[in-house]
Design a protein around this ligand. Sequence first.
Ligand code: SF4
Length: 180
Amino acid sequence: MSEAHKITLATAWLDGCSGCHMSFLDLDQRLIELAEKVDVVYSPIVDTKELPPVVDVGILEGAVSTEEDLHKARMFRGRCQFLISLGDCAVSGNVPSMRNTFDLDDVLDRAFVENVQAQPGRPSESLPTLLRTVLPIHHVVQVDLFVQGCPPSADTIWQVLTELMAGNTPDPTQFTRFGA
Ligand code: SF4
C-alpha cells in the first residue's frame, strides 16, 4: 500500500451484532478525513454489493458460524491484501461461540421450538446452513492483524486506519491482549 493512491477498504460482518461496525461509525468527524484517503469499496455501510477482485484492506467483524460466513471469509482472504480480524467475536468466537458447548440440534430446537409460542418449528427454508462449531476467523483463513475489544473503540480503529493510511503496517502487539 502506498501513500500515492487511495486505499481501498472492504468490510463485512459475519456472526456478530454489528457493534464493531457501529464503533467504526463512531469515528464521527474523522470519517471525513477517512473519505479523503480511503475508498470503501464494499461494506454494509455502502451500497456496493460486489467485492472487487483486489482490495487493499479487508475488515471482518464476527465469528464464522455458517457456510456463508465461511465462504465470505475465504473470499475476503483471497481478495484482500491485508486482512483484519476486528473485535472479540472475530478474534476468539466470543458470544456466538457459546453455542459450541451444545449439540446443534438442541440449539435449533431451543431457538425455533422451545422458545416459540406461535407456530413453533424449524423453518424449512431461509435458515442459513450452520456450521457445527463456531470458529474465530483465523481458524479458517490467515489473518494479518487482530484487533480485540467488544467492540474495539473508535480510537483503536482510528489508530489502525491511521497507520494504514500512512502506508505503515500496524504493530500487532498494540491491538491484542494475547497471542491469538
Ligand atoms: Fe458485537 Fe462485541 Fe462481537 Fe463486535 S465483538 S460483533 S461488538 S459482540
